[in-house]
Design a protein around this ligand. Sequence first.
Ligand code: NOJ
Length: 752
Amino acid sequence: MNKKLTLSCLLLFVLSFTFLLQSKSIKNHVVKTTCLQKSLAERIDSVLTIMTLEEKVGQLNQYSSNWTTGPVSPEANKLQDIKDGKVGSMLNVKGAEKTRAIQKIALQSRMKIPLLFGLDVIHGYKTTFPIPLAEACSWDLAAMELTARIAATEAAAAGVHWTFAPMVDIARDPRWGRVMEGAGEDTYLGCAIAKARVKGFQGGQLGKTDAVMACAKHFAAYGAAIGGRDYNSVDMSERTLFEVYLPPFKAAVDAGAATFMNSFNDVNGVPATGNPHLQRDILKGKWGFNGFVVSDWGSIVEMQTHGFAKSLKESAFIAINAGNDMDMESRAYTKNLATLVTEGKVSITVVDEAVKRILLKKFELGLFDDPYKFCNEKRETQAFQNPQHRIIAKEMAQKSIVLLKNQNSILPLNKQQKVALIGPLAKSKIDMLGFWNVEWDDNSDVVSQYEGLELKIGKNNLLYAKGCEVNDSSEIGFAEAITIAKQADVVLLSMGETRDISGEARSRANIHFPGVQEKLIKAIVATGKPVVMLINAGRPLVFNWAADHVSAILYTWWLGSEAGNAIADVLYGDYNPSAKLTMSFPQSEGQIPVYYNHFNTGRPQLNSHEQYASGYKDASSLPKFPFGFGLSYTSFEYSDLKLSSNTMKADGKIDVSFTLKNSGKIKGEEVVQLYLKDEVASLVRPIKELKGFEKVMLQAGESKEIKFTIDKEKLSFFNNKLEWLAESGKFQLMIGASSDDLKLKSSFELID
Ligand code: NOJ
């Protein structure tokens, strides 16, 4: 379009809009019909031009519905505020009918700018998938993308435009309750999963009715809260921030994440919400992020509690200048921003920039064309009833179960064995959903473990006793549980955490089984019956006694709607477990943080008796179960490692290949992992770092050649000037079944 035409188009638009305003009959589609050819930027500007300052501030304000996922804020007259154009977005409104009703109110405002509806669709909407940490253990990127896709399809049909996911915080501390929401401890894997999830939620393109905006959170370093205490401070070097904690956020930007959420914590003394370095310099500057940043719940007002702002007004001033575009439930912007602008303390350009970022997303979603596009009762019902979604939920749950122990190949079971299912979680439905499930008021369609087993083997060979509660001191049920155990060939013990023990504000100093569960395990093991444990939890737990004394362990996390069916499939060999841990499991809380890619130190502990070594006098420094670990019902052999060369130039590459053989009797999948170590560098490097992986399915007896490529990118790190580069020298290359089970080793040199 030439300049003249654009200008006349704009003029025509403004005139027609003003006219319609005066006639009090603005139709929402006016923005659309006036000038379809206009570029998005022009369309946004044309809206901005006719907005009052108060209306602009309104776009930056987000309220929750009466369903709260944070501390209850003082009441506001929310519906009136929406009508008055003082609200740009609502969170926690669920369902096509409700979102439509509230959108209608927004369209009664002068500008008729549609609302954005946001919700924590963390691991499913109607269909609940395994918690994100469990899904991560599948190492199956396509599967994770697919579950995010389905969650988006269901959510978008129910009027939701925006999910507050994925959480891409690296987490090395299982005391932190929110480890359940992320991908675990590794940055390389975390980046790959962040990309898959963003792609899954956003689909091909924003604006399609099966896509929602993703939100990479919590920016930044929230997972490094000191002591694993939620909301706690973070103190770390800029280099660690760049190398370990920021890359998954960068990956989310590269994958097109539409929004970011900042975090509750301070980073080196500056609250993330009021941190211009993070939000302006890095995110919007260096990384060129064109979406918008929402605060976390009340994180603007909390800058006063941090001791970083004197008043709500100052909090608003700090946050907007630091690059926080939308205010979630602090009411800081709506109460102060217009005054700050009028007083000349905040520049109108800063406000305009934030408003433009939000309007851009509303345009991209197509809300100006049709504000009701996403609340569609018919589509909602169809999406909720789609049988395919449950099939995928079951498959994802199967892929997320980690086999940690299988003494004497007690698993898989056979249907002739009499089984005693014992434990407080055996019949629970709600706990299978885990924290952050959207179906908070209805869990009737969840398959419990008891139901899954009953479906698999019928009632005759299935006995049941609860034994105890999850978190209670009563042992009254022990006697019945022991009696039942004695009648069975095998005991299945379903233990762990209820859904509200891990999650936001659910940090624990003691991450053993709560209540008297461990006592019950001991009582059942004492019967002499073989015991298979099903451990349900939102985090790695410490369970040394059980790990050393039971016959088999399946770590079943919180697996979602199809939990019971997936567990039964694994127990009876209809699915061969293939998951591998993405967080190290500590042997004791005192070791935390325990993670695989640590530095060597000058005095590594090579054996537990060494006196002057970096270890503990009273405990091992090794994890109980290492990163990358997980068993299968079959076995795999690694052989024939070949490197195309033992030297590489910075612009070159090395092809690596080896043979993987399924040496067992049934088909199965192996997650092969490639680790590298930079032997000597200008900064100390980790003892190994994951730099490649592949999930490979092999029939019994089948072999396959697996290939990886080493390039400069895989050898690079941030030096102390924060330059991303690879230094010449020797690198060790390790390939194996876990970070602790490296089957093939070689080395090569990067040369100038
Ligand atoms: C606070 C949590 O930290 C954040 O992850 C979530 O999205 C918001 N509450 C909204 O529920």
